[in-house]
Every structure is written in C-alpha cells, then in structure tokens.
Design a protein around this ligand. Structure first.
Ligand SMILES: Cc1cc2nc3c(=O)[nH]c(=O)nc-3n(C[C@H](O)[C@H](O)[C@H](O)COP(=O)(O)O)c2cc1C
Length: 452
C-alpha cells in the first residue's frame, strides 16, 4: 500500500445543514484523497455564494410559541456562512433548549447575564461590538416593551442596548396583544429609535385565534438580515422593473403554447437588486418560484398581459431589465370551447405578439437604462449585437442554451454582456452571481459603478 496523502474536511451532519463547510464544525472528520478533496473544495466555492461570510449576527430568541422557528433561521444564517451568537431570554428556554442553538452555531448560547463560565470579557459589550446585525426572532410583546423603554434587565436587553449595528425585530404574539395600542406605541417607538420591524403575518395562531401576529416567514427574516448586512446599498432610490419567466399563449380553455423558461434568471436579478436597496417590480410569468420579499410582484400569463403591465409601469422606472421569455407568436384565434380530437391533422394560424422590448426602446425616456436578454442556439454575439441596436437597448445579456451550465432551468448561467462599446464575458456562475455582475455593469453605464 502506498502512503497517499490524506486530507480532512469538516463535514456538518446536523439535520438542518445540507452541505459541507470548510469551517470547523462540531462534527466528525471525513478523510479524503487529494483528488476528492480538491474536487469538493471546488464544488463548495463554485456552487455557493457565502453571502454572510465574515459577518457576525446576534440572534435574540424570546419566550413565544414561535421560538422553535428561530432554529430554522439560525440554520439559514449558518449555511450562508455567518458567525451566529444566540442570546435567549430565560422564558425562551421554556420553549426551546439552548443546546439546539449551540449545536447549530458552534457557539455558546447565552441565557444568563451573570454566567461566570466563560473567558473574561464583558460579554454583552463585546458581543454588541462584534455584531454586524442584531435580530430578535421571535420578539415577544414583553421584550418589545422593554426595548422601547430602554430597560436592560437580562442579557438580551442589556446587549441590545449596547448595540449600534442595524437592529431588526420580528414580533410574534396573539392578535389582541399585537393590536393593543400599547404594543403599537412600543413598535412605533422602536422604529423611531432606528429598529427595522419585520411585520408579522396573518393566519391561524397557536392559541386558536385568527389574525395578525404570526412570526413572519423565516425566509423573509433571513432576507431582511441579508439586506442589512451583506450588500452595499448602491441601488437605494433606484426604481427597477424586471421581467421573468415564460408566457402562455392560449389555444383553447385548456391548452396553451409556452417555452422552457423557469424564471430563475429574472428572479435572481430582482432579488439581488432588492438586496442592494432598489425599489423593485417583478413582472413574472407562471413559474414555480416563490415571491421575493420586499418586491412588488405582478403576475401575468400572456405576452399581451406582459406588454400591458410593463408599458404601464415603464415610464416611472430608472432601469428596465427584460429577462422574460416572451412568445413571439400566439394562436390567431382562441377557441371558446375545448378543441376535440379528429382524424385529420390540425393547423394553427399564429400571429405576432406585441414586441414589448421594441416598444420600450422606442419610448425610452432620457436617463433610463434598458437591458434585454438574448437566448440563442447559434451566432450568439452577432444576433445579440443586432438586437441591441435594433431595439435601442443600452445593454444585452446573451446566453447560448446549448452551452453546458447556461440556459433556462438550471441554477447557473454563462452570459456575455454587451453594451455599445464593451463586451464582458462571464464564466459559468450561479444566476445570482451573474445577476450581481449585470447590476454592476448597469451602474457603470450610469456612471456610478466602480471601474477599478
Ligand atoms: C404557551 C405560551 C405561549 C406564549 N406565546 C407568546 C407569544 O407568541 N408572544 C408573546 O409575546 N408572548 C407569549 N407568551 C407570553 C410570554 O412568554 C411572556 O410574556 C414572557 O414574560 C415573555 O418573556 P421574554 O420576553 O423575557 O421572553 C406565551 C406564554 C405561554 C405560556
């Protein structure tokens, strides 16, 4: 037997964490040969955007029935490579055990202001200084009242009083407690003091009542944390309209013509633009994707719907990015009743749909930027450059559906960005990374980007 080098990589095996990570983890070690080790590292680096790498998030968990959902939030933060410190109120430990958070984060979960079992540091001050963002999820009526009045009678409220990083609270409580004017006054006071509130949802509450007071969706809370910490707000004040997904052109009441667009590219652009502070409207065809928190969602079916919704909103936009795969043709007549099978073949007459991109190019207002997409199977750059000129675009993102890692359904794309003067060839990367580059190039066109 030869003495082949053996490498080790820490593997996270907790049930919430699906992936491998290179940071130390409370888990067993796995042995790799040199080849599998490097392949694994390459997969980690390529496949994931470590959006919260290097960020410290302070998570406060308080004594509400939704405390168990804080474990899922912790897992999302850890997967995005954040260093997470959890502080629980004493009452929160009645609902969920601190060991859950210690296992997920690898950090001690603090529950006691006067705990003497740690290295000497004034812990509430050191944590407050370290944090890039502090979030309370769920936030009880009690803790909101204390924070609104500057009380500091436990480790969580004491630490938060010393924090000057962005602070977020996700209230969760019975509707009557939430609607009580005293709670509403406390929430208003916290907003005045700079807190960002993540509105509770409406629905059936654990106590059996129905109404507003459910903890906001954990992914919405995660998104708000990303927005506060992970991205420059270089698109703040910019209005961006994005289109995404396929259109459906009806043949009869049960059939339609469509295409293979998943909507992932347009959704990624809308999400990244929102995270960078833009006011985003997403006009989306029928997709399997979830709505994006903080984005105005406009759902459409046909090319005619898309034309109507986009052209009505375009004049108010600073940037329009058209990533939707819009049908060029639709059935000239839509049958009112279901078409029944006959022995003969069936021919459909197709007519041209509205050309939304051409309309937008022809009606572009001064200062507005228009970005199109070109999905081709051959002569990619020539066709894209022609479309850029013909439709009066400022930028076009060309991708060849036949290239490995590019195109509709996958999570990656291979894009060539063309402007009047410039060509940027992006490597294969996640659609969210590609979205970041597209937004950077648009900022450069506005004379706002970093050319260094
Ligand atoms: C079963 C149960 C569920 C509770 N759920 C909530 C809740 O969702 N929201 C809330 O504000 N209070 C809730 N409370 C009341 C809080 O636990 C109570 O106000 C406590 O003092 C909060 O302490 P803390 O803010 O220090 O964690 C609940 C109490 C019990 C017994």
């Amino acid at each position: 037997m030869g003495s082949a080098a053996v490498f080790t990589l820490d593997i996270c095996d907790d049930p919430f964490c699906v992936g491998q990570r290179t940071v130390p983890c409370l888990t067993s070690r796995i042995r790799y040969t040199r080849r599998t080790f490097y392949a694994t590292i390459a997969a980690i680096v390529k496949g994931r955007i470590a959006m919260l790498k290097g960020k410290t998030i302070l998570l406060g968990v308080t004594g509400g029935i939704a405390a168990y959902k804080a474990a899922e939030l912790t897992s999302l933060l850890v997967k995005a490579h954040a260093c997470v410190h959890v502080i629980m109120t004493k009452n929160a430990t009645q609902f969920i055990n601190p060991i859950t958070f210690e296992t997920l984060t690898g950090n001690k979960c603090i529950t006691d202001t006067f705990d003497r079992g740690f290295a000497f540091e004034v812990e509430h001050i050191s944590l407050a200084k370290k944090a890039d963002a502090a979030v309370i999820a769920p936030a009880t009526a009690n803790v909101l009242a204390k924070l609104a009045h500057g009380l500091a009678d436990d480790m969580l409220t004491t630490t938060l009083l010393a924090c000057d990083c962005p602070k977020l609270a996700a209230p969760a409580m019975n509707t009557r407690m939430y609607e009580n004017p005293v709670t509403q006054d406390n929430l208003a006071a916290l907003q005045r003091y700079g807190w960002r509130l993540i509105e509770p949802a409406s629905g059936r509450l654990a106590c059996g009542d129905s109404g507003k007071g459910k903890l906001a969706d954990v992914t919405d809370i995660f998104e708000a944390i990303l927005q506060e910490t992970a991205f420059p707000h270089d698109l703040a004040g910019t209005r961006i309209l994005v289109t995404a997904g396929p259109t459906q052109e009806a043949i009869d009441p049960v059939r339609y013509i469509t295409n293979r667009s998943s909507g992932k590219m347009g959704y990624a652009i809308a999400r990244m633009a929102r995270l960078r502070g833009a006011d985003v409207t997403l006009v989306a065809g029928q997709t399997a994707l979830q709505d994006i928190p903080g984005v105005e969602m406009v759902k459409i079916r046909s090319a005619a719907d898309l034309f109507r919704e986009v052209t009505a909103r375009a004049p108010q936009q600073d940037i329009v990015i058209k990533a939707a795969a819009v049908a060029d043709y639709r059935p000239a007549a839509v049958a009112e009743e279901k078409l029944h099978k006959k022995d003969d073949d069936l021919s459909l007459t197709l007519e041209r749909t509205e050309d939304t991109l051409q309309y937008l190019g022809d009606h572009k207002r001064p200062g507005q930027l228009l970005c199109g997409f070109a999905m081709e199977t051959s002569d990619l750059e020539e066709r894209a450059a022609m479309k850029l000129r013909k439709k009066n675009l400022d930028m076009i993102c060309a991708n060849n559906v036949k290239v490995e890692g590019a195109g509709f359904a996958g999570d990656t794309n291979v894009i060539t960005i063309l402007t009047g003067e410039k060509k940027v060839q992006l490597e294969k990367m996640t659609k969210e990374e590609a979205a970041g580059h597209i937004l950077d190039e648009l900022l450069l066109l506005r004379g706002q980007g970093d050319n260094a």
